[in-house]
Design a binder for this molecule. Structure first.
Ligand code: AMP
Ligand code: TRP
Length: 334
């Protein structure tokens, strides 16, 4: 059986938070133990510029996210990490796909609808095309599985439609990738509002815990987290705030939610939150220590990103050559 390929990415914007870790990066780390797969993780800076970015901050965030990937447990000897804009094939294929995709498919994208409503006339054409570029990211590498949070599901469905359309017209060229995630942690909610997801762009800082937050900030936000009426610590749709805290606890401790329900039977919310705060402080300070070591070794990080880029190009350039051949972007048959 041929090896599976996993591909995922995160935008180098804002601060990475518990949702990014539990919904995405933690899955990636677990996948490393499967010896029969290739793993590629990208820092998607071309996606980041679909909204205005400060160049200095963007440069810094590119390195910061790469260092966080490693600090969270990705092993650079096992996986390839690269910066999207360093491989020109992504934007190249995005143009080709954008010439094939009907506007109607794109107009249905809920993330675009939400974001463009907020941005009004400032909304860029790039934001509209964002899901096409995302499809290229993993289709260039024939990815089988894309480990992302639930919010990306529709984008993966679009990618499947694009792949099928291309394959129907030009013959089998692209693999159709599937989403991969774990139900409980695929959607971590705001600590202040359990009906909206924890997000980099939340204006209320107390709803989010960032991976690089100080001990004080972590403790304060867990203490302040909203809870539900009643006092039982159970995982139930009637208790969305407690269910969210349980999902976070389980994600970081590896203890199943049902075990946690047993452990905290009869315990009050305050004590439960204290334990959760302690756990998060410990786990995040491990990540932060590793992060500091990596970010302070620029040559090490550059070497990993150079290797990642070269590997990525070695694969994607073949796919681009095939696509060009199939659609006639050449003077003659190769
Ligand atoms: P973003 O923050 O939009 O760049 O997302 C990066 C990755 O984290 C994607 O795989 C998202 O699906 C995932 N993600 C973002 N927010 C959450 C959340 N609140 N819960 C679970 N996964 C999330
Ligand atoms: N759209 C994704 C997000 O906002 C980021 C992303 C871009 C991505 N390209 C990707 C994720 C390719 C997985 C695979 O989270």
């Amino acid at each position: 059986m041929s090896k599976l390929t996993y591909f995922s990415g995160i935008q180098p914007t804002g601060n990475l938070h518990l949702g990014n870790y539990l919904g995405a990066i933690k899955q990636w780390v677990q996948m490393q133990s499967d010896p029969d797969c290739d793993l590629l993780f990208c820092i998607v800076d071309l996606h980041a510029i679909t909204v205005p970015q400060d160049p200095e901050i963007l440069r810094r965030k590119n390195r910061q996210v790469a260092a966080l990937y490693i600090a969270c447990g990705l092993d650079p000897k096992r996986v390839k990490i690269f910066i999207q804009s360093e491989n020109p094939d992504h934007a190249y294929l995005a143009w080709i796909f954008s010439c094939m995709v009907p506007m109607g498919w794109m107009e249905r994208m809920t993330q675009y609808k939400d974001k463009s409503k907020k941005q009004g006339e400032r909304t860029s054409v790039g934001l509209f095309n964002y899901p096409i570029l995302m499809a290229c990211d993993f289709m260039l590498y024939d990815a089988d599985l894309v480990p992302v949070g639930d919010d990306q599901k529709q984008h993966l469905e679009l990618a499947a439609d694009i792949g099928e359309k291309f394959n129907n017209i030009y013959g089998e060229t692209f693999k159709i990738a599937k989403i991969y995630n774990q139900k409980e942690t695929s959607r971590i909610m705001s600590l202040q509002n359990p009906s909206s997801k924890m997000s980099k762009s939340d204006i209320d800082p107390s709803g989010t815990i960032n991976l690089l937050d100080s001990t004080d900030a972590i403790e304060k936000n867990v203490r302040r987290a909203v809870t539900d009426s009643g006092k039982d610590i159970i995982y139930s749709p009637q208790k969305p705030a407690i269910a969210n805290l349980l999902a976070i606890y389980s994600g970081f401790s590896g203890i199943s939610i049902s075990e946690l329900e047993k452990k905290y039977k009869g315990v009050n919310y305050g004590d439960f939150k204290n334990d959760l705060a302690k756990l998060l402080v410990k786990e995040l300070s491990d990540i932060q220590d590793k992060y500091q070591k990596i970010i302070n070794k620029p040559e090490y990080l550059d070497r990993i990103l150079d290797e990642g880029r070269d590997f990525a190009i070695s694969i994607s350039s073949k796919k681009i050559a095939l696509v060009k051949e199939k659609i006639g972007l050449s003077r003659s048959h190769s």
